[in-house]
Structures are given as structure tokens and as C-alpha cells.
Design a protein around this ligand. Structure first.
Ligand code: TRP
Length: 330
């Protein structure tokens, strides 16, 4: 039996980048035989950026509804909110002593902010950094290590966090004896970076996202806003530098992708390509939007699923965290 675990930070509306980077791979992994899947809403992580309680609840429901609408069966996978599992916070506090501060200084999310401050000529490089953000990789390690996780499917931006998790587990084990299981990362290389409307990585912080769940008309409008160059339809185009093609690859079948490469070589109009992109997205998502809406209008049903999931998850985390308590001498 192998344990697969992944989390989504509910700090914005789910978008195509979330789908291709994490949601879709996590759903595919559920089909593997002999696996137990833990999928959770990383709401304590989200608290670093979302301090409006209504919004935090809304995004948490949205993340869960997205997973279920896309095919996650809550009877098969254990679905829960991070904040419902006190064992995670407990392990978080047990790990801290084994983490050198310098390791946290290296984390991308933290470095990105200090760099921004430096570029802006701000003398306080830590301006805007709260301790939740600084400690993020430790909490993320606790999320993972509390379940003896074997595999963690994530987007490419999270690979460093997984390296840090392994590093922390190793340091803990050196001090206290073999106790924590080292997880392995699973990244789908071919869908590593999903570009957004402006060509930069699709991210809520760049405000360039395409929401996963919206009426078809709105989705098409959104796709039409993706930035392209001004080359005429008949000009041959390079698929590998095209945002539209990058997203298309995430949704289309192998033979469709090859065909599209040929179209690019011959020349395809951007308007035509946008229509094709819309079509593959529409067919990949199927009825998901309807199911999503249904779930979002019944948050009490989502609460029930969260409660069930928390019960199951806690029963599994408890002995693992007790093992760590015991290892340090408590
Ligand atoms: N950091 C991840 C993100 O921003 C979310 C996350 C939190 C996560 N804890 C995790 C992912 C544990 C995988 C495993 O997308």
C-alpha cells in the first residue's frame, strides 16, 4: 500500500494552472491500484495571504468542490481541511528545532519577497513577510510527514519545498533515530509551467488566470484575451514558444497535439487556435462545471465530507505523530 498526498492552498479561485499542475495529476494517481490518497485544503497556509474569514471559507469550499467536480470520490480518497487536523500543527512544532534558519532563508517564496524589496530600494528586506510565510516549508513538511507519505504530486513550483521536506526529515532522523518517512515528489514535466493571459506563469498573484469553473461564454472570452504576437494566419509558427499551444498540450490527446504541431508549421490563425483551445478544454471538463455549481450551493454537504475526512485522517496521523513525540523523548 502506498500513500499519495497533496494539498491545494485555498487562496484564490481554482484556475487552469491548478488543474494541469496538480488537480489532474492527483486524480490520475487515484486510479493506481494499492494506493491510499490524502488530498487536503491547506487553509493554514492560505491564512498567510487571506485574512478575510468569509473569503477563506469560500476559497476552501471552492478547492474541495473543484476536486470533487473533476472526479475525486471522497469515499476513495481522504479529503480534509488542514486546520481540522491538530496532529499536523503538533508535528509542525516538533520539527522546528531540526530546521536551520538558513534553510528557510533559501525558500523561493521568501526569497522572492526579499528580492522584490531590494529591487524597490526598500531597506527592510523582510517588509511584508510574516512568520507564517517564513515557516511555510516547515508546516508543509508536517502536512506530508504526518502521514508517512510515499509520493507527493505537485506543480514544478513546489519541487523545492519537497526537497526541503526531505532535508528536514533527514535531519530529524539523524538526531532522533529513523522515525520519519522521506517522501518522493511527482512532477509532470510536460505540463511544468502553464502560462497565463499575459504569457507569464498563470498565477493568482499575477492576476492573469483563467478560472476553471465559469460559464462557457465567459471561458471563451477569457481565452480570447490570451496575448499573442501579430503574425498573420498564414505565417508558420513555433508551437514551443506559444502560450496557446502550451495550454492546449495539457488538455488535448497525443494525436491531437501532433496534428496541432503540423498546423503551426503550416500556419494557423490565432483566432482559430483560440477556438480549438476552447474546444479541448470544454471536452476535458465535461459536466464538471455543473457538478461544481451544485456542490457550491450545498456547503453543508462539503462540511460533512470535511468532517468525515478529518476523522479518518486524524486516526492515521495520530500514531505517526506519537512516534515522533516518543522519538524526541516526550
Ligand atoms: N504549497 C502548496 C501550494 O502552494 C500547497 C501545499 C501545502 C502542499 N502543503 C502541501 C502541496 C503538502 C503538497 C503537499 O500549492
Amino acid at each position: 500500500m502506498q500513500t499519495i498526498l497533496s494539498g491545494i492552498k485555498p487562496s484564490g479561485t481554482p484556475h487552469l494552472g491548478n488543474y494541469l499542475g496538480m488537480l489532474k495529476p492527483s486524480l490520475e494517481l487515484m486510479k493506481r491500484p494499492q494506493t491510499r490518497c490524502f488530498y487536503f485544503m491547506a487553509d493554514i497556509h492560505a491564512l498567510n495571504t487571506i485574512q478575510n474569514r468569509e473569503l477563506l471559507r469560500q476559497y476552501t469550499y471552492e478547492a474541495a468542490a473543484a476536486w470533487i467536480a473533476l472526479g475525486l470520490d471522497p469515499h476513495q480518497a481522504i479529503l480534509y481541511r488542514e486546520s481540522d487536523i491538530p496532529e499536523i500543527s503538533e508535528l509542525n512544532s516538533l520539527l522546528a528545532h531540526a530546521v536551520p534558519k538558513s534553510l528557510m532563508n533559501q525558500a523561493h517564496a521568501y526569497k522572492a519577497i526579499t528580492q522584490k524589496n531590494q529591487e524597490a530600494g526598500n531597506e527592510d528586506l523582510d517588509d511584508g513577510v510574516n512568520m507564517g510565510l517564513f515557516n511555510y516549508p516547515i508546516l508543509m513538511s508536517a502536512d506530508i510527514l504526518a502521514f508517512d507519505t510515499d509520493f507527493v504530486p505537485v506543480g514544478k513550483d513546489q519541487v523545492q519545498h519537497l526537497e526541503i521536506t526531505r532535508d528536514i526529515a533527514r535531519r530529524f532522523n539523524v538526531r532522533h533515530g529513523e522515525c520519519l518517512k522521506l517522501p518522493q515528489v511527482i512532477v509532470k514535466e510536460e505540463v511544468a509551467v502553464i502560462p497565463g493571459l499575459d504569457g507569464r506563469k498563470m498565477s493568482k498573484s499575477y492576476e492573469n488566470i483563467i478560472a476553471l469553473f465559469q460559464p462557457e461564454k465567459e471561458m471563451l472570452k477569457c481565452i480570447n484575451r490570451i496575448v499573442t504576437d501579430t503574425s498573420p494566419p498564414e505565417a508558420p509558427k513555433d508551437p514551443d514558444s506559444s502560450s496557446l499551444f502550451a495550454i492546449y498540450q495539457g488538455f488535448a490527446a497525443k494525436d491531437q497535439i501532433e496534428e496541432m504541431r503540423a498546423h503551426y508549421a503550416k500556419g494557423i490563425g490565432w483566432g482559430q487556435m483560440k477556438k480549438e483551445l476552447f474546444e479541448v478544454i470544454r471536452s476535458a471538463l465535461g459536466d464538471a462545471y455543473k457538478i461544481y455549481q451544485e456542490l457550491m450551493s450545498h456547503p453543508e454537504e462539503l462540511d460533512r465530507i470535511f468532517n468525515e475526512g478529518a476523522k479518518k485522517a486524524r486516526a492515521i496521523a495520530r500514531p505517526i505523530v506519537d512516534r515522533a513525540r516518543n522519538a524526541v523523548g516526550f
